[in-house]
Design a protein. Sequence first.
Length: 185
Amino acid sequence: MVTIRRERSSDVAAREALLDAALGPSRHAKASERLRERRLPAEGLAFSAVERGRLVGTLRLWHVCAGAAGAALLLGPLAVAADARRRGIGARLVRRALVEARRRGHRAVLLVGDPPYYGRFGFSAAKTRALTLPGAYEPDRLLALELVPGALDGATGLVQATGATDPRAPAATASQEDDTLARAA
Ligand SMILES: CC(C)(COP(=O)(O)OP(=O)(O)OC[C@H]1O[C@@H](n2cnc3c(N)ncnc32)[C@H](O)[C@@H]1OP(=O)(O)O)[C@@H](O)C(=O)NCCC(=O)NCCS
């Protein structure tokens, strides 16, 4: 049986190994990673899927500012272990996260991902056309779901990280900081 529960600190090593296996080392170069690096996920919105004591899925949500639309969440990365896929674990993680995000009063969720997968949860690019992310990404893959109708009406501008800084994260190197500033410019 697969259980979806809040992520624990003891999950971190297995979660990172799962993300490396599922997404490869290039995951750290993604535009959405620029909004997550050295931040903590949103309170209560980091989830693990566990089967017989083994971590088989992971999903976290992050605080961002969606340009003029204001506070929103960024969903991802989502990954399920290769030998556990197509059993609905990814969908359970997403649905659990959206239920909890709504319960906590969040208004909208953004992500960078495949429209054919995320469309089933209601995500689309309908309200993201005028939003931009720091770094390179495919605009058609910037998707959003309003938890409160109209939350992203008139959303324009740069999506920026607003989450608390992770005190355990390694300090940024000078070149990383330059890079971040250059991307945000
Ligand atoms: C995407 C992922 C999380 C889905 O996990 P999962 O537990 O298999 O998902 P579910 O069981 O809920 O759904 C599986 C269905 O989604 C489909 N699917 C998976 N990835 C898809 C994609 N990128 N685009 C469209 N459909 C996709 C599967 O073909 C399957 O279809 P079926 O129901 O007709 O068989 C998993 O495939 C994974 O970890 N992939 C590698 C990492 C990744 O791509 N993460 C998402 C970043 S955008």
